[in-house]
Design a protein around this ligand. Structure first.
Ligand code: NAI
Length: 221
């Protein structure tokens, strides 16, 4: 299947396959049937087959999947070997937590620089990377050529910063700033809103406690 024609919902499931298969591989599991993998992941075997078929299909009839092979294939699809040079802008509470707690290398990114406008933070280190004055970002980009930026700055600063970064060669944004970046051509943007995930939980709780809205509506009508 052509790259562009793979649906975003399939692509959004791939990291989960990668994570589950990585855990299985670490437990020493070599082979797994599509039914067992489906049960562990709360999916159906046919859903898994359909998803993986988008990338050419893996596994064999009667054998199932070879766990380490499938894990590394999905890693290849996701680009975890890319080691994309990445900078973080905004070293406040969120930026610090992200830099400290995420294993970037495992996911295909290398954190090479952190920038903030707060002088109190300059010279401090987060995850072994020094925080620099935002005024130094331009020279740093010209020299180090990062291609990805993580934005953990306020919404009001996001557009100007992103525009500057695009001109400095940034091709991908992991954007936490609550400003929906959509304006840039040839730039990949992943806008993250943890609050949206919380709302999905809220909906799930509400739905589990209330009678089915459709059947309730039907009963009335
Ligand atoms: P914070 O105030 O602790 O950190 C923000 C940092 O950005 C500060 O260190 C500040 O000096 C720096 N900064 C501000 N303007 C800048 C600029 N133009 N250039 C460089 N550095 C700049 O705030 P926190 O808690 O870390 O949150 C950061 C942003 O992320 C906020 O806008 C917040 O609303 C948002 N947020 C988003 C979440 C999400 O799920 N997308 C979750 C939590 C926070």
């Amino acid at each position: 299947m052509a790259k562009g024609s793979i649906s975003s919902s399939v692509i959004r499931r791939m990291p989960r396959y990668y994570r589950f298969l990585g855990e299985l591989a670490r437990q020493g599991v070599v082979r797994i049937s599509s039914r067992e993998l489906a049960e562990r992941m709360g999916l159906t075997a046919s859903q898994i087959r359909q998803d993986l078929n988008c990338f050419g299909g893996f596994g064999q009839q009667g054998y199932g999947y070879n766990v380490p092979e499938l894990h590394s294939e999905i890693g290849r699809i996701l680009g975890v070997d890319a080691a994309s040079r990445t900078i973080l802008v905004g070293a406040g509470n969120l930026g610090k937590a992200i830099a400290q707690h995420l294993d970037f290398a495992k996911r295909g990114f290398e954190l090479i620089g952190i920038f903030d406008k707060n002088p109190d933070l300059w010279g401090t280190e987060i995850a072994g990377v020094p925080v620099s004055d935002i005024a130094e970002m331009e020279a740093f980009c010209a020299e180090q050529h990062p291609t990805v930026a993580i934005l953990c700055i306020p919404k009001t600063a996001a557009f100007d910063t992103a525009q500057k970064l695009c001109a400095l060669g940034i091709r991908g944004f992991w954007n936490f700033s609550h400003y929906d970046l959509r304006q840039f051509e040839d730039v990949v943007v992943e806008n993250v809103h943890l609050g949206d995930s919380l709302l999905t939980l809220s909906y799930g709780l509400k739905s589990s406690q209330e009678p089915d809205e459709k059947s309730a509506g039907g009963a009335k009508g």
